[in-house]
Design a protein around this ligand. Structure first.
Ligand code: BGC
Length: 761
């Protein structure tokens, strides 16, 4: 029996585990050579087929049918939307025991921000600027997911995003390629560690290759068109960083790149990804993205499937174009046996590295969920991650932290709400396990505080809008009471309180996939509530939850304090309470610019120079500005306050000129000048003043998160090498050009501490 033979070979492979990498690879090669030698073309094509029986959240209109028969016939390489050790074992048995060659399947899932222990949405998590924490949350997600039978993750999403209309900004690390690259690597490390075959690690997939974050008009699945320079300097670095970190899989994107959809783009998936970057894992399509090339106008299913395979796409998600047309294409000479072999080999290699040929059931251990999922320790990490992701945007007269005494009016549609705490793309989490803010506040406040609660408003009063948002459950629940009655109730409790806290913002599915908005304001129902609360004259604290930067000009003007909390995850209420009451001093910083209005979009700190820049916020005729709004955002990239204050002094460079083989040492003294211990994200930006092409006004080149006790000063230092100053020029060569540079250091991208240096010839 083939199975016995396979087992024998695995034992042999295990025995060589301590040998050199090379010998490991040759073991893998000879194993796969032998296996492929026994496979029919149909079976090889079967390995390229990824299905979903529809148990999870299908993100397209198609779900797979005939699942069991196809598995037994060797026509399925991987599956997603199935979880739980028993179900996984059952499905894996069909492949291992009932298909001719017994090749195990991959079991995948979208574990985007935690598995069952949901942590903040990735945009929020990136706001912690804490790579160790981010890695830990990914590690935790891998441990929980593998305990539930899933060992292939469709994460991290690293699409640089500068248009907050796009709902999927929630899923990434914001607008900056440098920070995005660091976060991408931390997540890959967290998921994969350095051993894919360990039962508690999972294979990561970097997505969506490529440029998906630049969809025109912020509309999902839309066209992308950009210069190669922008691509290479701004949009591609995070994907490359993930590849450099050893990511096992790459997912192609829905959009086109230079006029050719990513899933059929050979330049992207082969020339760049494999030949230039050296990627040696496999490429999976996005959900039916191969088939969608028909709508893109690239031909019928047979033509687009052949195009995708030849471009370097190895596995077809859900669309079954490979399964149903590649044999015919082979007969007609449109693809070669070698094309199919190459893709099949890559998928089998992933299975080998995951240890599946050694033990196909290694991730189907029924004793694990009870031990590894939603443990106290994991919930504690989720709470920690959430509070570290919050960004304090305003805090007039230190209205925050709240005292643990007196009366607090807690109002707003998200104040006592479980359904919207987890955020978008948390299909494996259970909203009912999340801690609402009201409960969290009660748990943290202690006996000295009375909390009066009223909903005050619906997230939106518009039933049509609610219906579109409520696709995965009741996210916007329109109250039976009229908006007037609810508002009256909120005003009544506010009248009795010392301070009013309103928890407002977006429902979970107002962002995320296909959650695009053409307006970035709070829904009118909530705007009315905020206006009325402000009129009471009581100190007003706004806790905003959203999957994207909102345009909060009016709210910022009306409130005394503004705390941006994204969608915080399963421990939402505790984390919000920890920060409101000062048990944790906020330290998050924005990773996406908050615009004043939607008309400023796209808006990002690292924009290029123009010939007619606006001078400060002052309008001037024939300058690059607007009549009705300054160019500056409401809150810039990197911005975030603390309950304490930090002073930056003594910026120094160790030399004014550096040679190309030297490094520049940048130092600055940071002092905690306020009344609380706290953390500050010290950020280093560099502007290239003279170059052969227009360059960004500044770019993040380093950051350090430091903890300072009150009164403490620390000298924070950074090293910059010539390579840190490199960029792609007009001829698409990565160059370092000599000349003048400007260094900015501070607590946000408007850092006022500036020094210049020269890079010598
Ligand atoms: C999304 C991917 C996701 C896939 C599988 C698609 O619609 O774009 O990010 O991984 O569905 O669920």
């Amino acid at each position: 029996m083939i199975m016995k033979k396979l087992m024998y070979m695995f034992v042999a492979a295990i025995l060589t585990i301590s040998c050199q990498q090379q010998s490991k690879e040759s073991d893998m090669d000879s194993f796969i050579n032998e296996l492929m030698g026994e496979m029919t073309t149909e079976e090889k094509i079967g390995q390229l087929n990824l299905i979903t029986p529809g148990g999870g959240i299908p993100t397209g209109s198609v779900v797979s049918t005939g699942v069991e028969e196809n598995i037994k016939a060797g026509k399925v390489g991987g599956i997603f939307g199935v979880s739980g050790p028993e179900k996984v074992r059952q499905a894996q048995k069909l492949a291992v025991e009932e298909s001719r060659l017994g090749i195990p399947m991959l079991f995948g899932s979208d574990v985007i921000h935690g598995y069952k222990t949901t942590v903040p949405i990735p945009l929020g998590l990136s706001g912690s600027w804490d790579l160790e924490l981010i890695e830990k949350t990914a590690r935790m997600a891998a441990k929980e997911a593998t305990a539930d039978g899933i060992f292939w993750n469709f994460s991290p999403m690293v699409d640089v995003a500068r248009d907050p209309r796009w709902g999927r900004v929630a899923e990434g690390a914001g607008e900056d390629p440098y920070l995005g690259s660091k976060v991408a690597q931390a997540m890959v490390r967290g998921y994969q560690q350095d051993d894919l075959s360990s039962p508690s690690t999972m294979m990561a997939t970097v997505k969506h290759m490529a440029l998906y974050g630049a969809s025109e008009a912020g509309r999902d699945y839309n066209t992308v068109d950009m210069s190669r320079q922008r691509m290479f300097n701004d949009y591609l670095p995070p994907y490359k960083a993930a590849v450099d970190a050893g990511v096992g899989c790459v997912m192609s994107s829905f959009n086109d790149v230079d006029g050719i959809p990513a899933s059929g783009n050979k330049w992207l998936l082969t020339d760049l990804l494999r030949e230039q970057w050296g990627f040696d894992g496999f490429v999976v399509s996005d959900y039916t993205s191969v088939n969608e090339m028909i709508a893109h106008g690239l031909g019928d299913l047979q033509a687009v499937s052949a195009l995708a395979l030849k471009a370097g796409l190895d596995m077809d998600m859900v669309g079954e174009g490979f399964l149903t047309t590649l044999e015919q294409s082979l007969e007609e000479g449109k693809v070669t046996e070698e094309d199919i072999n190459t893709a099949c080999r890559r998928v089998l290699e992933a299975k080998y590295k995951l240890g599946l040929f050694d033990d196909p059931f290694r991730y189907a251990d029924s004793s694990r969920p009870g031990k590894d999922i939603l443990t106290d320790e994991n919930r504690q990490l989720a709470r920690e991650a959430a509070r570290r992701s919050f960004v304090l945007l305003k805090n007039d007269q230190q209205v925050l932290p709240l005292k643990k005494s007196g009366i607090i009016a807690l109002v707003g549609p998200l104040a006592d709400n479980k359904n919207n705490m987890l955020g978008t793309w948390a299909p494996t989490g259970n909203p009912q396990l999340s801690i609402p803010v009201l409960e969290g506040m009660k748990n943290v406040a202690g006996p000295g505080v009375t909390i009066l609660h009223a909903k005050g408003a619906n997230i939106s009063d518009d039933p049509e809008f609610a219906e579109k948002v409520n696709v995965f459950g009741p996210r916007i629940e329109i109250d039976e009471r009229s908006p007037e009655v609810m508002l009256k109730e909120a005003l009544a409790v506010s009248a009795k309180a010392d301070v009013v806290v309103a928890v407002i913002g977006e429902a979970t599915e107002m962002s995320g996939e296909s959650g695009n908005r053409s307006n970035l304001l709070l829904p009118e129902s909530q705007k009315k509530l905020v206006r009325a609360l402000a009129q009471t004259g009581k100190p007003l604290v706004l806790v905003t939850m959203s999957g994207r930067p909102l345009a909060l000009v009016e709210e910022n003007a009306l409130a005394a304090a503004l705390l941006q909390t994204w969608h915080p995850g399963v421990e939402a209420g505790h984390a919000v309470a920890d920060v409101l009451f000062g048990d944790y001093n906020p330290s998050g910083k924005l990773t996406m610019t908050f615009p004043r209005n939607v008309g400023q979009v796209p808006i990002y700190y690292n924009h290029r120079t123009t010939g007619r820049p606006q001078d400060g916020d002052k309008f001037a005729k024939f300058k690059s500005n607007y009549l009705d709004v300054p160019n500056s955002p409401l809150f810039p990239f990197g911005y975030g306050l603390s309950y304490t204050t930090f002073e930056y002094k003594n910026l120094s460079l160790n030399q004014a000129e550096i040679a190309k083989d030297e490094t520049l040492e940048v130092r600055i003294d940071v002092t905690n000048t306020g009344d609380f211990d706290g953390e500050e994200v010290v950020q280093l930006y560099v502007g290239d003043l003279v170059a052969s092409v227009t360059r960004p006004v500044k770019e993040l080149k380093g950051f350090k998160k430091v903890f300072l006790k009150k009164g403490e000063t620390q000298t924070v230092s950074f090293s910059l090498s010539a390579d840190d100053l490199a960029f792609y020029n007009f001829d698409m060569n990565r160059v370092t050009e000599p000349g003048q540079f400007r260094v900015f250091v501070g607590g946000n991208s408007n850092a006022p501490n500036v020094k210049e240096f020269t890079l010598e010839e």
